[in-house]
Design a protein around this ligand. Structure first.
Ligand code: CP
Ligand code: NVA
Length: 307
């Protein structure tokens, strides 16, 4: 594993190894056991979109690992004025030990990785959000003990979050039900992937069918960053695609609710359900930190894992 670009690139074993490492780093942090695996190393963090969790968890994670993060807004970089990605990749590779990027088109991350001689981490593209999925999987394992046989239900837009969750869940032996409105179809790469899981994946327009007996119920915003121009149209299309009491009544009695945040109360989730499951949702947010640290160690100090 040289980069982390999308869940499709990872094997089940690689996913589990990263989750176990995240658990170990979480334990070390909780018990004040120093873990300066990235001492003297620097991570460049390019942001072309807003962020709270991704920026702060990577920044704090680098600090806790003894390394140094650099926040680079694309507004300030020459990249924002048209410097080619391939030149940015080659320059940053000469200064830094890793590059994290949040951007729009997934091809930008792929191009950065192609021309970078240091590991590249996808901090969210329009297509995928693998860093978030590791936090979600950690949280599911903490609450449910294991993955095999669980039913995950995602209600809403088949977006970067859904794309990544579908792949992560199916690779780990979970079943996946996606409820989304007519016309909001799967990305072709994800459609090709789920074709190999005919018994474990379904897409439906029926929210209650998707949520029936689900162990994990997840949603995300109706309009992602970059979709702002479609916000009004999407409000209409997704009006019934909400996690509310009715949905939770048909889910398993011990179901948990996840949300990557930021949440829009009374849109994709009611304020009441959000607050009822706030503990798990904020555990999920905290797990971004532990997951990020595992990704950083795996990519930037892999020899740590051989000890
Ligand atoms: N969930 C997530 O990626 O949050 P940010 O957009 O705040 O980084
Ligand atoms: N789907 C959302 C996720 C934000 C963390 C977006 O891309 O804006």
């Amino acid at each position: 594993m040289n980069h982390l670009l999308k869940m499709l690139d990872l094997s089940k074993e690689e996913i589990i190894e990263l989750l176990n490492l995240a658990d170990q780093l979480k334990y070390e942090k909780a018990n004040n056991i120093p873990h300066p695996h990235l001492a003297g190393k620097t991570l460049a963090m390019i942001f072309e979109k807003s962020s709270t969790r991704t920026r702060v968890s990577f920044e704090v994670g680098m600090y806790q690992l003894g390394g140094h993060p650099l926040f680079l807004s694309s507004n300030d970089l020459q990249m924002g004025r048209g410097e080619p990605i391939q030149d940015t990749a080659r320059v940053l590779s000469r200064y830094c030990d890793g590059i994290m990027i949040r951007t729009f088109g997934h091809s930008i991350v792929e191009e950065l990785a192609e021309h970078s001689s240091v590991p590249v981490i996808n901090g969210l593209t329009d297509f995928s959000h693998p860093c978030q999925i590791f936090a979600d999987l950690l949280t599911i394992r903490e609450y449910k003990g294991s993955f095999e046989g669980l039913k995950v239900c995602f209600i809403g837009d088949p977006n970067n979050m859904a794309n990544s969750l579908i792949v992560g869940a199916l690779k780990l032996g979970m079943r996946f039900s996606l409820a989304s409105p007519e016309g909001y179809t799967l990305h072709p790469e994800i459609a090709a992937f789920v074709a190999d899981y005919p018994d474990a994946f379904e897409q439906t327009t029926d929210v209650l069918q998707a949520a029936k007996e689900a162990d994990v119920v997840i949603t995300d915003v109706w309009a992602s960053m970059g979709d702002e121009g479609e916000a009004e149209e999407r409000k209409k299309a997704f009006a019934n695609y909400q996690i509310n009491n009715q949905v939770m009544e048909v889910a398993d009695a011990d179901a948990i609710v996840l949300h990557c945040l930021p949440a829009h109360r009374e849109e994709e989730i009611t304020a009441e359900v959000f607050e009822k499951y706030a503990d798990v949702i904020f555990d999920e947010a905290e797990n971004r930190l532990h997951a990020q640290k595992a990704i950083l160690v795996k990519l930037m100090a892999p020899s740590v894992l051989e000890i």
